[in-house]
Design a protein. Structure first.
Ligand SMILES: Cc1cc2nc3c(=O)[nH]c(=O)nc-3n(C[C@H](O)[C@H](O)[C@H](O)COP(=O)(O)OP(=O)(O)OC[C@H]3O[C@@H](n4cnc5c(N)ncnc54)[C@H](O)[C@@H]3O)c2cc1C
Length: 428
């Protein structure tokens, strides 16, 4: 049974992406006790699935590594992975959170040596890589996982693979009898940082994501470019493995559209501008990028990055909302159809690969968390109209880049600290 000490002076942080990790660290470094709950087996959230960060183009490891180091040394933070808040009741200063913890079947003795993965034969979809490849059913979620501890997938429990994993482990780390458990935690306030998920591209039927292999999404493109990703960092076409040198990006794929997401996700323009640099880097001589856009939204200091990409002769900007994509059966090329609104020319442009810049939607509908927690029209937590001491942080409250997500998390933490300070004064 997992033992967790929590009181109504404890801050519960739900979601261990960059926002939740920031909130937990800020609160703990101000002397508050924190329980950080993450539903995946590792912290890091979607940032750990990026190849590089705009605007500096550094790798996400530089942002996360320092945070993980701070977490490791802070005794005030209790991290629960594979854990989910299933209900929240009570009132400001006195909440009870039900936290369901799924079994990992691997205990803290794990040294991440990988012997269990070598021993098992069963494979599962690799969620970290958006299911673009299979991995062994005993796995480390990603190279920079925190905690650095393997997971045994529940599908192998009760099969010979589970016994093979146990016998291969020299550290007595495999515990096949672990069970799901639920903890009822008393906490004073909650920072809700459950983040975002990519819009389901298959819903944008004219773009054929579910029919045309060489139409992929921006999040998949990030994984493809990562040397630890499904292609080992090679920019190739899913249909035939050929080099993809002529790449199109379609902006607002399902965004700013009443049939899909009505909001603008703010980061998609910057994400595609960043990803255009991946193409130039892979194919400096003959790479070609076309960005189909309604308008480019690169705010504040991001404007400099935009102007730099605009100056690159290998990147073409086509002001147009693409109407449809049809696959050329002979070549496997996706052919984009539409009208260029600057010259009003009809086009039918073939590309090797098309990347849909899909929007971000909240991973949890805020209105379902508890009464008094308000959601905006897109389901993000409305930070200004909540009547509870449940504070939205990062992309749970809006579609934000990392910089703004971190600012939002810090602001939410400040509000949470004020709540537990009030509790502690009332009890003194
Ligand atoms: C294609 C693309 C490229 C991008 N590139 C950049 C970039 O280069 N630079 C940049 O600044 N920004 C970029 N972003 C934006 C960046 O991904 C977000 O700003 C960042 O992920 C926000 O972090 P977060 O912690 O708020 O949310 P998330 O990263 O979504 O983390 C939320 C965490 O909460 C967990 N969670 C969810 N539900 C529950 C639950 N019920 N219980 C417990 N835990 C839960 C999740 O598992 C996850 O770990 C990009 C976005 C896209 C779409």
């Amino acid at each position: 049974m997992t033992a967790v000490v929590a009181t109504n002076e404890t801050i519960l942080v739900v979601g261990g992406g960059i926002s939740g990790v920031t909130a937990a660290l800020e609160a703990a470094e101000c002397g508050k006790d924190v329980v950080l709950v993450e539903k995946q087996p590792t912290l890091g959230g979607r940032v750990s699935q990026l190849y590089r960060y705009f605007p500096k183009l550094c790798h996400p490891t530089c942002g996360m590594e320092i945070n993980f180091k701070r977490l490791k040394v802070n005794k005030r933070i209790r991290v629960l992975t594979m854990a989910e808040v299933t209900s929240l009741s009570g009132e400001a200063g006195d909440y009870t959170a039900a936290v369901k913890i799924a079994p990992r079947y691997v205990n803290e003795n794990c040294t991440a040596c990988g012997a269990c993965a070598e021993a098992v034969t069963a494979e599962i979809d690799d969620a970290h890589n958006y299911n673009m490849r299979k991995i062994k059913a005993a796995y480390l979620p990603n190279a920079m996982a925190y905690p650095q501890r393997y997971v045994l997938d529940p599908s192998v429990i009760g099969t010979p693979d589970a016994d093979k994993a146990k016998s291969a482990c020299k550290y007595n780390a495999i515990e096949l009898d672990q069970k799901e458990e639920t903890l009822n935690l008393k906490v004073g306030t909650v920072v809700w940082a459950t983040g975002w998920k990519p819009y389901d591209a298959a819903k944008i039927q004219p773009y054929g994501y579910d029919r045309i292999p060489n139409v992929i999404t921006s999040v998949e493109f990030e994984r493809m470019m990562d040397p630890f990703g499904p292609t080992g960092g090679k920019l190739v076409r899913p249909s035939d493995g050929k080099e993809a040198k002529n790449v199109a990006f379609i902006q607002c794929a399902g965004s700013r559209d009443k049939n899909h997401l009505s909001h603008c996700s703010r980061i998609c323009c910057m994400a595609s501008l960043k990803q255009s640099t991946y193409v130039s880097e892979k194919y400096p001589e003959d790479g070609a990028v076309s960005i189909y856009y309604i308008d480019i939204r690169a705010i504040d200091r991001f404007e400099d990055f935009y102007q730099k990409v605009r100056a690159d002769k290998s990147v073409k900007f086509i002001k147009s909302k693409v109407a449809s994509i049809v696959e050329d059966q002979a070549t496997g090329n996706p052919v984009l159809h539409g009208v260029d609104t600057e010259g009003y020319h009809r086009y039918a442009n073939p590309h090797d690969l098309v990347v849909l810049a899909v929007g971000m939607e909240p991973s949890v509908d805020a209105s379902k968390i508890m009464k008094g927690v308000a959601a905006d029209v897109s389901g993000f937590i409305d930070v200004n109209s909540t009547t509870e001491a449940v504070f939205g942080a990062g992309c749970a409250s809006n579609a934000l880049d990392v910089n703004r997500a971190v600012q939002s998390a810090t602001a939410a933490t400040l509000r949470a600290i004020q709540v537990v300070n009030r509790v502690s004064r009332a009890e003194a």
